[in-house]
Design a binder for this molecule. Structure first.
Ligand SMILES: [Zn+2]
Length: 219
């Protein structure tokens, strides 16, 4: 795999509601397709449809994840594995487009979602939903691993991809954006991710891609 085999997918834009730290601001929602020889590993699936509360509070301008894949030259049928960094609505909302495909989630995250009783439970529970619960780090395809990075949620996980161009890191939402990751106060998870010294660093809510020992490059 190459650096270009980690493909960002722009899955939505939202407007953050009152009470949110980013209230009033618009922000992107990204997923990532990892073009792997054994099939695509899809990291996060964006926002689903038909939830009045989310529509009202976040005003999502959403994109169908299958269309986003096709637009990047990837067949939705080629998705072999899904990883949800965590189970907030903007990361798992279109899981149901992939019935039968294993969905890798931290056990702590799944239990948290169950306890909290998500208002979008129908986006998580659907015929053919196949959750594979992991605890801690796990290789999910040769060269592709999830790393437990709790903080944003109890069971948050990030993804690393070993490529010929070096290590690619998908932070997810362990840090809100590139600036926070690079210069903000770091919890244990961010410290751990920084220590990887990945070649390129991607985020769920920032289209910027950090490069090692180089200034921030806008995607
Ligand atoms: Zn999010």
């Amino acid at each position: 795999m190459k650096a270009s085999d980690v493909v960002p997918l722009h899955l939505a834009d939202v407007t953050y509601p009152d009470g949110h730290p980013l209230a009033g601001e618009d922000g992107p929602v990204l997923g990532f397709a990892i073009r792997h020889p054994d099939g695509v590993v899809l990291v996060d699936t964006g926002i689903g449809e038909g939830n009045a509360w989310i529509d009202e509070h976040y005003r999502p301008r959403r994109r169908d994840v299958r269309e986003a894949l096709r637009a990047s030259g990837l067949a939705p049928e080629s998705v072999a594995t899904i990883v949800n960094t965590h189970l907030h609505f903007d990361h798992c909302g279109q899981n149901r487009a992939f019935a039968g495909v294993p969905i890798v989630v931290q056990r702590a995250e799944r239990e948290l979602a169950r306890r909290e009783g998500q208002p979008f439970v129908e986006w998580l529970e659907f015929p053919g939903a196949r959750y594979e619960l992991v605890e801690g780090d796990r290789e999910v395809a040769p060269g592709v691993s999830v790393l437990a990075t709790p903080g944003h949620t109890a069971g948050h996980q990030s993804v690393v991809v070993r490529t010929d161009d070096g290590l690619m890191l998908i932070v997810g939402q362990a840090a809100q954006d590139a600036r926070v990751f690079a210069t903000g106060e770091a919890d244990q998870s961010v410290k751990r991710l920084r220590a990887l010294e990945a070649e390129r660093i991607h985020f769920s809510h920032d289209r910027a891609v950090l490069r090692r020992r180089a200034p921030v490059a806008r995607a």
